[in-house]
Design a protein around this ligand. Structure first.
Ligand SMILES: O=C(O)CCC(=O)C(=O)O
Length: 273
């Protein structure tokens, strides 16, 4: 069998599913030794000061039943994390899904220990406000992510809809962890779980409604390395996601800071998500 044809067929199938459902799952973009390195790196990372974790407190102080336990933007602190962020296999897949080279804008590492809460249903581009197109996530499982340990849930096809802006009372409190900016779920919304195994990378678009379940296990973490990206013609992006990182060296990005006027109005500037 011709390997190149097989690889192209696999990429094409990913592209088709991404187009239809708003997400797809790729195999083995990271080698087993890279996965092991990521795992060890982020265990040691727990010793870092609060500024590298979401919420600004040290790893041990984070109450996993109340807040997401996650490192924010590790690529800004570590060259090795930058290399995982700009992994060429991830970059190639992104190019197929986006139809053009990608720019990296955010990294995160979710620790999701046993007992950790889930993540409310949301759309990433509510927070990133990438314009005129949307953003895309590459979410790599470091542990098997099962229904029990808190895998992602997605609403297939919801990527074709608009960003759901908060309404009424919701606007003031959407930012609570585990909450959702979506006031009224579209009637047809039916989230489905997407269990994945260690080493698989799930790609999902910035308008896709998604979230994750709690980790109901007593002994298994559900760790994930996540990169968020935009396409190279992006003109505006919320401030928190600058500076952007080209996935191809020859690309010179010209992405400005988003300053209002997007789908959720002038008062909304985007946020950490
Ligand atoms: O990994 C999770 O539990 C949630 C991740 C997520 O929602 C995201 O990266 O946008």
């Amino acid at each position: 069998m011709n390997t190149i044809t097989t690889k192209n067929d696999a990429l094409e199938a990913l592209g088709e599913q991404f187009e239809k459902d708003g997400y797809c799952v790729a195999d083995d973009l990271f080698s087993e030794s890279e996965l092991q390195e990521i795992e060890v790196f982020f265990e040691e990372y727990k010793m870092m000061g609060g500024e590298v974790f979401d919420g600004g407190s040290g790893y041990e102080e984070i109450d996993a039943s109340q807040r997401q336990v996650r490192a924010m933007h590790p690529h800004r602190y570590s060259q090795r994390a930058m290399e995982w962020f700009t992994n060429p296999k991830v970059g190639n897949t992104l190019e197929v899904l986006l139809g053009q080279p990608a720019l990296g804008v955010q990294t995160m590492y979710y620790y999701k220990p046993p007992g950790a809460r889930g993540q409310g249903m949301h759309q990433d581009n509510f927070y990133l406000v990438a314009m005129p197109a949307t953003c895309i996530a590459a979410w790599t499982a470091i542990d098997d992510a099962t229904i029990e340990s808190g895998c992602l849930y997605v609403v297939p096809g919801s990527h074709k809809g608009d960003i759901c802006c908060p309404e009424g009372d919701k606007a003031g409190n959407w930012m609570n962890y585990g909450d959702s900016h979506i006031s009224k779920f579209p009637r047809e919304t039916k989230p489905i779980p997407v269990p994945v195994r260690r080493g698989q990378t799930m790609f999902f678009g910035g308008n896709l409604i998604h979230g994750s379940g709690p980790n109901r296990t007593t002994d298994r973490a559900r760790r994930t390395f996540i990169g968020h990206y935009v396409n190279q013609t992006t003109e505006k992006l919320a401030k928190f996601y600058h500076p952007v990182v080209p996935m191809r060296q020859e690309v010179v990005p010209s992405v400005g800071v988003y300053e209002g006027g997007g789908p959720c109005g002038d008062g909304w500037m985007g946020a950490v998500h």
